[in-house]
Unconditional design. Structure first.
Lengths: 437, 505
């Protein structure tokens, strides 16, 4: 009789370590809080009537019908759905699973729909205006966050985005005004202003790079000092030079909106994305170029290498500090370009401290966006939406105090960065100078 | 290609790291550079590789003088290096790491990844191993990472290959495989410089041996020289390679670890359901390749773990979940793995470092005030007792050599009333003379009845100290075996294979 011989050899264990799920109650707690907020609105501040969501403007070629909903029915439905989502997330976490991203997105959209319905009771909400304005307000944030992404991917923390935006806004306005009044050629003036803005942003970047890379000064401190310095310089020149000569030096021309044929006629998408100024179209290109550049070209591979492990990059013959210097300079130029949005991009004269912290929000977008150009762009769009929601609601006369609404973008920033970032990892050598022995 | 170094001198301030070093490596030869930690081997190779500029001397390739401004020049000239700390970017794939700095591109400037993948596979298959070109480096075991380093050097047509302490992170089996690869490279006509302080390896592959001590070449040896001869050449005097210790005088169970699991922040079980017991008067050595949970195990015993589950009791008192201070006060002494990171404050004096974990209570602090004169007396006594070579007790610890720094840590921990000593890598980066001393003190602690847990990746150290050996692999215990278990069995266990007859605990 043959008998199977049992080979008793314990197989080598697989390469990966065993894992357990680290449960996080953040999402269910946040869900519960927002559900309670929605419930409180329904119970303590009921509003009668209907809300109309307008999805087209009269000028649009293709009209999308308005959406009209009764306020209280919609709000109660939203509260119910939010409660169900919260319950589902609690069950997920209790059974040691993660709350999926789609649930967070659905929850956010539901809450926003409920809130807008409530806030817009008895009025009609211009959705195109809301979204169009969100994109516009996000423009400097997106440029700023691209600058942040490039700098930090190369290993230099760029706190000076604010300074670069402000110097771009200032230089763009002054150069465009001067060229316009002296030559009278508006397009030429705008191009000159844009280039000057990029150069000034680049110069700020170079100062940061020189101190951080060459002299090993703490990057955060240099960045903060630069912010204060540029605020001081531009405010000084504004009050001493620009204000007395406003007509000649601070009356910038503006970029006109360009309606892109075909794309601009698509309902909803067209009016929001493709009836913008050239600064916005340049931004689309910049996001795509930075993304492709960082992840699919030699330049990007080297940038990421010096930001992750500069010594490894050095040992394969990459000049670490030179790479960092020029990329921080490039990042400065991009932020400078973003600064033009405040002045020549919108046809507004330069004013003191007009960037109002956009650079810091851009920095938050970098972190929220996990150092990825596309995700950072989405984060910046979220912040833009929060800002413009406040504008729109105050225009249609919402019951929420405007001071409270003004807080909204910053509250969203704090929530986003503190609560929802999840597992993200900064470039390993971010903020660390490379000192060769 | 023939490599020649002539009169290389490199100074760091007043320290002469390399003092007129001459070295010749012929094509198709494995030349071993043998020396203690800090003897100047790595400095010499960094000069060769263009990372440092020599103050004097020159580098010749095929009798031609070369000047390397940076590693790029050295690579272009055909020098490749497998660094001690791998120069690989953890978040890049194998192919990206291999192509970095030497990228080929397709139309539009896009990276040509297919070509890089093909190159990785081609070189790997030449040496009969497989590496997935699209795997992320951080997901690969260290042995494979090292092969990626070799592929990286070969992809740039290196003719001279420098291996800087390549076996420090390998299991004995992986070490044997590496030796085989080195022999193949030699057969292909490459010149190989093999830097190490492990005598056994030298004798196995070297064609010629050059010994360096304190930055100078102190002699050449043939591979037939005995361990004792090589060791005395390396250290400059006769050394005892084994520690003399008597049979253990075992007491009661002191440390009882029961189903201990440590979870890291991303949810990996870095220590996975570990149970063992250490008795009074016994040394339990924890062996394993670096990064298999030993570090996390010691941290969990000290209360430093992020998330520890299960139980570890010392004389009946639970340690898991207690604060570090409580654990120290309950009599746990700890020699951390990285003394400059966790064990000492470099900018503090020897005296201050000697009271670092006793700053809460008498005798050194009374009513919130440091008792300086008491501390000074104590420090002088310990400097004497532990043979700490220093200018005085007020010298900054960062100015001491590695061995003397470690003696400061040991002096601090052993001068408390210990109920348990946990020593992680107690002799890493320590000169051979101090190793002897530290081993003697650890054995003395054990003989005084203290249970000792020693974590070491060096099998020599494990064999020298252990009463019992616990081998860890991927966070689990492979087995607990007697102290005299042969090396090859331990080697297999370090690769995760359970020994044939059941000694597993």
């Amino acid at each position: 009789m043959s008998k199977t011989v049992e080979h008793h050899r314990i197989a080598p264990q697989p390469d990966a370590l065993a894992t357990t799920v680290v449960t996080s109650w953040k999402a269910p707690i946040a869900f519960a809080i927002f559900t309670l907020i929605a419930l409180a609105l329904a119970v303590f501040a009921p509003r009668p009537g209907e809300t109309t969501f307008r999805w087209s403007r009269e000028s649009d070629a293709i009209q999308v019908p308005d959406l009209t909903v009764p306020v209280m029915q919609a709000l109660w439905a939203v509260v119910a759905l939010l409660a169900v989502s919260t319950l589902y997330s609690v069950l997920l976490v209790r059974s040691k699973r993660r709350v999926p991203l789609w649930l967070v997105v659905v929850f956010a959209i539901l809450f926003m729909f409920g809130f807008l319905t409530w806030a817009g009771a008895g009025a009609s909400l211009p959705m195109i205006g809301l979204l169009f304005g969100s994109l516009s307000l996000a423009v400097p944030l997106i440029y700023g966050s691209l600058a942040g992404v490039i700098g930090e991917r190369a290993g230099v923390v760029n706190i000076a985005i604010e300074a670069q935006l402000l110097s771009g806004a200032f230089t763009g306005a002054v150069v465009a005004s001067v060229v316009n009044t002296s030559t009278g050629q508006q397009w030429f003036a705008l191009i000159a202003g844009t280039i000057a803005a990029m150069v000034s942003g680049m110069l700020v970047g170079m100062v940061l790079a020189a101190f951080a890379i060459k002299y090993f000064v703490d990057q955060v401190i240099v960045g903060v000092v630069l912010n204060v310095l540029v605020v001081g310089l531009t405010s000084f020149f504004f009050s001493q030079v620009l204000a007395p000569n406003a007509a000649a030096m601070n009356t910038p021309p503006r970029f006109d909106r360009l309606h892109i044929p075909v794309l601009g006629d698509i309902p909803i998408i067209g009016p929001v994305f493709f009836q913008q100024t050239i600064i916005v179209y340049l931004m689309y290109a910049a996001v795509a170029l930075v993304y492709i550049g960082l992840f699919h070209t030699r330049w990007g591979l080297r940038v990421r290498a010096v930001g992750e492990h500069p010594q490894a990059a050095d040992t394969v013959g990459i000049k670490v500090n030179r790479t960092r210097f020029w990329n921080v300079a490039l990042a400065g130029a991009i932020a400078g370009l973003g600064g033009t949005f405040f002045t020549i991009g919108s046809g507004i004269a330069f004013n003191k401290e007009m960037t109002a912290g956009a650079g810091f929000i851009a920095l938050a977008a970098v972190i929220f966006g996990q150092w990825d150009p596309i995700k950072a762009t989405l984060a910046a769009l979220l912040f833009g939406f929060a800002s413009n929601l406040q504008n729109t609601l105050s225009v249609i006369g919402s019951p929420v105090p405007s001071e409270f609404m003004l807080m909204l973008p910053y509250v969203v920033t704090i929530f986003a960065v503190a609560g929802l970032v999840g597992k993200s990892r900064a470039p390993a050598a971010d903020g660390k100078p490379y000192i060769k022995s | 290609m023939k490599l020649e170094l002539r009169g290389i001198t490199k100074r760091f301030g007043s320290l002469v790291a390399n003092d007129h070093i001459d070295l010749t490596v012929e094509a198709g030869e494995i030349h071993c550079l043998l020396g203690e930690n800090g003897a100047g081997k790595s400095t010499l190779m960094n000069v060769l590789y263009g990372l440092y500029q020599a103050d004097e001397g020159e580098v010749l390739l095929n009798d031609e003088v070369k000047h390397f401004e940076g590693p790029g020049d050295a690579m272009a000239a055909g020098i490749g290096m497998v660094h001690q700390h791998f120069m690989l970017i953890p978040v890049f794939t194998v192919a990206e790491n291999v192509m970095l700095g030497n990228e080929s591109t397709r139309a539009g400037g896009l990276l040509d990844l297919p070509a890089a993948r093909a190159k990785v596979s081609e070189i790997a298959s030449r040496f009969g191993f497989h590496v997935d070109p699209d795997a992320l480096i951080e997901d690969l075991p260290v042995g494979v990472q090292q092969r990626v380093e070799i592929i990286k050097a070969l992809s740039r047509d290196a003719k001279v290959l420098v291996f800087d302490e390549p076996t420090a992170v390998l299991t004995p089996q992986e070490t044997d495989e590496l030796m085989e690869i080195m022999r193949q490279l030699k057969a292909e006509g490459k010149s190989i410089v093999f830097i190490t302080h492990k005598l056994r390896e030298v004798r196995e592959v070297a064609d010629r041996i050059t010994v360096i001590r304190l930055g100078k070449v102190v002699g050449e040896a043939s591979p037939t020289a005995s361990n004792a001869e090589l060791a005395s050449l390396m250290v400059g005097r006769a050394v005892e390679l084994t520690v003399r210790k008597d049979e253990p005088n075992l007491g009661d169970d002191a440390l009882v670890v029961d189903h201990l699991t440590v979870v890291d922040p991303i949810g990996q079980l870095v220590v996975n359901d570990v149970s063992f017991t250490v008795r009074r008067g016994e040394i339990l050595a924890v062996a394993g390749v670096q990064g298999n949970g030993q570090t996390e195990l010691t941290e969990a015993l000290l209360g430093l773990a992020h998330d520890a589950r299960g139980s570890a009791t010392l004389d009946g008192t639970e340690l898991v979940g207690e604060s570090v201070r409580k654990i120290l006060e309950s009599g746990v002494g700890f020699v951390p793995e990285d003394r400059t990171e966790d064990g000492l404050v470099g900018e503090f004096t020897i005296a201050e470092n000697l009271m670092l974990d006793r700053s809460e209570s008498p005798p050194f602090v009374r009513a919130g005030n440091l008792q300086r004169s008491l501390l000074a007396d104590f420090a002088r006594e310990k400097v004497e007792e532990f043979d700490i070579r220093t200018q005085g007790i007020d010298e900054y610890v960062q100015r001491l050599s590695g061995g003397n720094q470690q003696k400061v840590v040991l002096a601090r921990e052993l001068s408390r009333d210990l109920r348990l000593l946990v020593a992680a890598q107690p002799t890493r980066g320590v000169d051979v003379g101090s190793i002897e001393f530290i081993h003697k003190r650890i054995v003395a602690a054990r003989d005084s009845g203290v249970p000792v847990v020693v974590v070491s990746t060096e099998l020599d150290e494990v064999a020298a100290l252990a009463d019992r050996i616990m081998v860890m692999y991927r966070g689990r215990i492979v087995g607990i075996v007697p102290g005299d278990t042969p090396r090859d069995v331990l080697g297999l266990m370090m690769a995760g294979e359970v020994p044939a007859e059941g000694a597993a605990a």
